[in-house]
Design a protein around this ligand. Structure first.
Ligand code: PMP
Length: 333
């Protein structure tokens, strides 16, 4: 199982990106054994801690996570013999929580809409849980620069090889920022002209911070997309390797996730739809013959009761098809 982590497939996207005078590839990290890109950081951070003696046999792994990192940590924990304790927010889908419990993790659900320094926030809770366990490793993915290193050592080289060095643009949602910064750092070392585009959510502070160096509290409001954007600045984001940010909202990201399934037959998660929605907003600005890689961080099966449910979409006040149109699989609308 551990050997299956990384080396995920990359596929060309077709009708969903048309018209476009270039090529767009999706990096399908949902094909990791734990169905998300977070397998990479889970394995990397745990093995680094083992090498440094910070995690010993019989130890416990503690983390704050929107779900995917928790699943990956629990999976690696089983294979290596560690207990896993997770603090998640109440924005996390019930499916994701059930997955975590299936893998034997102890799960604490904390409120999402409190400031990070609030004692009930999942960050505070994670710290408390780690401090209460003498033989515990607190993974702390938002403030752990090994998160960047994991992607520098795996995702970056894979994309460089899979495009034979021809990549011109890399597009990824930024949550902890580990994926975008580690991958971008590697790619820019190979070719500094590669442009890196971060996708941020409305309701998050990342785009404004990148542009001004300040957090604008007015930017902060609740939103639905999981794993994208933040209400604080994570240390695991290296803003210097990100050229620009694009913002997307909950509805356009959800509709795009559904379209990816309908038009490309790819079951990808909500943030994959967000990433592609971000790219499509700016694709007209990209030069002819661009070779774009968009990160699809997880598998769509985790969202059957969310974006792939008509009832959930309606409950959120979202349309179920873009502009009320039914997407016809033969291509004509
Ligand atoms: N998409 C999903 C579904 C995620 O769980 C995460 C991680 N929080 C991301 C995107 C963002 O990746 P990163 O944390 O590496 O920025």
């Amino acid at each position: 199982m551990l050997d299956l982590i990384g080396n995920t497939p990359m596929v060309e996207l077709h009708s969903i990106v048309e018209p476009f005078q270039g090529t767009v590839y999706a990096k399908l990290d949902g094909y990791n054994p734990g169905n998300s890109t977070k397998d990479r950081i889970a394995l990397y951070i745990i093995e680094q801690a083992e090498r440094e003696g910070r995690l010993r046999p019989g130890g416990t792994i503690v983390e704050t996570t929107s779900g995917n990192t928790g699943y990956s940590l629990a999976m690696v924990g089983i294979l290596k013999g560690y207990k896993c304790i997770l603090a998640v927010t109440d924005k996390t889908s019930k499916d994701k929580i059930d997955y975590l419990k299936t893998l034997g993790a102890e799960v604490y659900v904390c409120p999402a809409n409190v400031p990070p320094d609030h004692p009930d926030s999942y960050y505070s809770r994670g710290r408390q849980l780690a401090e209460a366990n003498p033989n515990a490793l607190y993974v702390n993915q938002y403030f752990n620069t090994l998160n960047i290193e994991a992607h520098f050592n795996s995702t970056g080289p894979e994309i460089w090889e899979q495009t034979s060095g021809l990549i011109t643009h890399f597009v990824a949602c930024s949550g902890t920022g580990g994926t975008i910064s580690g991958t971008a750092r590697f790619l820019k070392e190979q070719n500094p002209n590669i442009e890196v585009i971060g996708v941020d959510a409305y309701g998050s502070v990342l785009k404004t911070y990148h542009e001004t160096g300040h957090i604008d509290k007015n930017d902060i409001f609740p939103y639905r997309i999981e794993g994208v954007g933040k209400n604080m600045i994570p240390d695991a984001t290296d803003f210097s390797v990100i050229d620009r940010f694009v913002k997307v909202d909950d509805e356009e990201s959800a509709l795009m996730t559904r379209e990816i399934a309908r038009k490309e037959a790819i079951m990808a998660g909500y943030s994959s739809g967000a990433a592609l929605a971000g790219l499509l907003k700016i694709k007209g600005e990209l030069p002819k013959n661009s070779v774009v890689v968009v990160m699809f961080p997880d598998h769509g099966s985790r969202y059957m009761k969310k974006v792939f449910s008509d009832a959930w979409m309606t409950q959120q006040g979202f349309q179920t098809e873009r502009n009320g149109e039914h997407v016809n699989l033969t291509g004509s609308h």
